[in-house]
Design a protein around this ligand. Structure first.
Ligand SMILES: [Zn+2]
Length: 257
């Protein structure tokens, strides 16, 4: 599902985070002085995301240093701290931006198309590997418990065709054109049959785009989750249809009598 673009800019978000830093003058000072450098990488993110090339942004190297410098004087731990201590907590001024992003999903998780309800924000590019985007609004996507990217094997893609769909920035075709279909195998009238969901992207899409939606579909386990959900719904609807049919037959007989 498409999400409308965040209402708050990266600059506004950084400023609100800075306002909330009350007991750590050094971090406050660093974040203020690195504001231009951070907003520059935010611009880079949006440029790459708009053309489906987030995979070209390299992750930070953590093989030699567990807390590497990310931007000039800002280390990974500083940027993770900004998110965890000055963006997420209820009492901090930046929390209103967190809530605005979460509420904008209107209770529907964009990754699974709304079968789940978002409980928190996830980092599209994980903050462990891309701490420079730890509070970039466009990188913060509401996600349901089942789609939760932080707990998934999915981390980030290093090639174009393995990128899942970015709800804020990806091209309209992913949200407007149909690429998921289903077959229904009826068992008998008493029981819901089986749904079989599959991906069939439009012919005129590029190979990369076709691969991307397949990857998205697999990463979020949508075939199984949609099949369960639709069998559940049909289990509710089928008895209602049967009852209505019965009423029809009864009233037909009544008329004849
Ligand atoms: Zn979901």
């Amino acid at each position: 599902m498409r999400l409308s673009e965040p209402q708050h800019s990266f600059e506004q978000t950084l400023d609100e985070c800075v306002t909330g830093i009350t007991g750590n003058a050094a971090l406050r000072q660093m974040l203020t002085s690195e504001r231009p450098a951070l907003t520059a990488v935010g611009v880079q993110y949006l440029g790459a995301a708009g053309i489906g090339e987030l995979h070209t942004i390299p992750p930070i190297r953590t093989d030699r240093d567990t807390d590497p410098v990310v931007i000039n004087i800002l280390k990974k731990s500083d940027l993770v701290k900004v998110y965890e201590q000055y963006f997420v907590p209820e009492k901090k001024p930046a929390r209103k931006i967190y809530d605005a992003l979460l509420n904008a999903a209107k209770e529907k998780c964009p990754f699974c198309g709304g079968i789940g309800t978002p409980r928190n924000l996830d980092h599209f590019l994980p903050k462990a590997h891309f701490p420079q985007f730890s509070v970039l609004p466009h990188n913060l996507v509401p996600a349901c418990r089942d789609c939760n990217m932080d707990s998934k094997a999915h981390t980030f893609s290093t090639n174009a065709e393995e990128q899942i769909i970015q709800p804020y920035t990806d091209a309209d075709r992913f949200f407007i054109e149909q690429w998921i279909f289903a077959n229904y195998h009826a068992d008998d009238e008493e029981e819901p049959g089986e749904f079989e969901y599959y991906v069939s992207p439009p012919e005129n899409w590029t190979e990369v785009d076709k691969q991307r939606v397949r990857k998205h579909f697999e990463d979020f386990n949508l075939a199984k989750r949609y099949a369960i959900k639709s069998a559940e719904n049909l289990g509710i609807v089928l008895p209602q249809i049967r009852n209505m049919r019965k009423l029809d037959i009864d009233s037909d007989q009544g008329n004849r009598a």
